[in-house]
Every structure is written in C-alpha cells, then in structure tokens.
Design a protein around this ligand. Structure first.
Ligand SMILES: [Zn+2]
Length: 300
C-alpha cells in the first residue's frame, strides 16, 4: 500500500551551496500525489515535481525546476522518503535550497520514525523495467547496470582514486535497515576542492560541521589557518586523512553516503524501482541521466 506522513514536520537551516536560510515543512498528502515541492516564497502554485524530466542541474547537488520554481539539494530528503517508503508528501520551502542540516538524512528519519507512517487506501505503484539496462559515462568512467528484479537492491562501488578512502563497496537491499545503516551517513568533500568550490561561490553554507572533509595531500599550517578563517571554525588539524571536525560513523561512511545519494536520485523515477542496480563511480549527474532515459523509455 501507499504511505504518507502521520503529521507535519518543520526543518530549518542553511543551504550548503547558497548559504541561504530556509524553513521547510513536510506534510502528509493524499494517495497518488507523489512528492511535490512548493516554493512558498513564490506562491502556493509554485510547484515542482522531483522527476527526472525536471532536473535542471546536477552540479554538486540535484536541482529540479518547473516554470519559475526551482529547488536544489533535494537528494537527502528524497533519499529519506525512498528509504522509509514514503509515497506521498508535500514539501513546502521558502527558499531555493533544502537545508543541509547535519549533511545526512538522519534529521528527517529520526523525526518521521518517531511517529511511524500512515498507511493509505491505494496500492503502491512501482517502476518496473522489462529488460537489462546499461549506461557508461566516458567522462567519469562511471557505470550503471540495472537488471529487472522483484525488489530494489544496490551494489555500489565508490572509487575516487583516493589513498585515504581506497575503493569502498556497499550492498543495499531490503534486509538492510536504512534508518540505522544509511541515514546517518554524511556528505563529504576533499580538502583540496574546498578553496576551488568557495571561489565558485559554492559551499557558502559549509561550516565543516556538516561534511566529512578528506585530506588527500599534505597541508601546511598556513592553508589550515586560511580554511579556519573561511569557515569561521576553531583550530583544524588533520587526523588519519580527515579533518578533525568530526568522527566517522562508519569506516565506509563515504560509500554509504553515495548509496544514500543514489537512492535519493533514483526517486526521480517517481516510483520505487524494482531492479538490481550495480553502479560504480556514479554521482548525481549520471544517476539522473539514467533516470531520465528510463523514464522516457517506460513512462509513455
Ligand atoms: Zn549527498
């Protein structure tokens, strides 16, 4: 059966990239609504459906747009909805970017699971494929293979050519507890990207409280001091390849977060996929390109 929320929940905070403060309320919705974003700062009709056909950007996060309304960095909220099995939900937000919160899907999951979900009166619709699918991205070396199956599973390999991370692999299926095993896993970035991202006007809401920072190359004290200033934080040091701002929840938290992201991106299909996904080196761009191709092929 389809499920929605039992009640409404409000989250607020800064967007990771825009730095803009947003208030966001997720509300129960009727059967067959799907997930719908409403930009309440524009007006009650400024609706955006988070579907592959509405993806307008995948630079560092997933952005969906319809008409003049855009919502960005939707992936962690979408992942929480997919992971918990929420079919119908209204998301009202008064800014363009979803708050980054702690960089994971846990704030949503802990709020929602405290009350449980509301079962509804219509059967759940699934996204079913009839033949194997394969996609290769020459630019990044990413691959995604999907085989028809009775339920969803994901076998994801994350390889950033990183000495710190190595090659990490994670398998997700219905036996894995999303709330315990994936939801707490936080977003991440490489230290050597920070200055570049900041110079591009991104990560304005980054404060090293909400991201795992991987330090691949030796860093001198002057650079660390510059980062402290940029993010307005206390003394930074490098511990075993990571900045000292936080402790890992899992040794393979990075590939778990990539799995969390992939589940959020595949929610762009508009219904839970029945399929076995075998993916390597993928990110928002490749995930949403695959969802677009599948939607065009099967949603006729
Ligand atoms: Zn993410």
């Amino acid at each position: 059966m389809q499920h929605t929320l039992k009640k409404s929940y409000t989250f607020e905070g800064k967007g990771l990239h825009t730095g803009a403060f947003a208030h966001m309320t997720i509300r129960p919705a009727e059967e067959d609504t799907g997930i719908v974003f409403i930009r309440s700062d524009i007006g009650p009709d400024a609706r955006v459906r988070p579907l592959a056909c509405n993806v307008s950007s995948t630079a560092r996060c997933t952005t969906v747009s319809e008409g003049e309304a855009s919502v960005s960095t939707i992936e962690h909220l979408m992942s929480a909805a997919a992971g918990l099995g929420i079919d119908n939900m209204i998301v009202e937000i008064d800014a363009q970017e979803v708050p980054i919160l702690d960089g994971s899907a846990m704030p949503y999951v802990s709020a929602i699971t405290a009350d449980g979900l509301q079962e509804q009166d219509a059967p759940r619709k699934y996204f079913e494929i009839t033949e194997p699918f394969r996609y290769e991205d020459a630019e990044s070396g990413a691959t995604i293979e999907i085989l028809p199956a009775d339920s969803l599973s994901v076998d994801l390999t994350a390889d950033f050519n990183s000495k710190v991370l190595g090659v990490q692999r994670f398998r997700y299926d219905s036996s894995i507890d999303y709330a315990a095993e994936l939801a707490p896993c936080r977003t991440f970035c490489f230290f050597h990207e920070l200055e570049f991202l900041a110079s591009k006007g991104l990560i304005k809401g980054g404060d090293v409280e909400n991201a795992i920072v991987i330090v691949e190359h030796p860093v001198d004290d002057a650079t660390l001091a510059r980062m402290q200033e940029l993010f307005g934080v206390g003394p930074l040091e490098v511990r075993q390849g990571y900045l000292n701002n936080l402790t890992l929840h899992f040794p393979d938290e990075i590939v778990r977060h990539k799995t969390l992201d992939l589940l959020g991106d595949f929610a762009l299909l508009g219904a839970p996929l029945k399929g076995t996904i075998i993916a390597s080196k993928t990110g928002h761009r490749v995930n949403s390109a695959v969802c677009r191709i599948l939607s065009e092929k099967y949603n006729k």
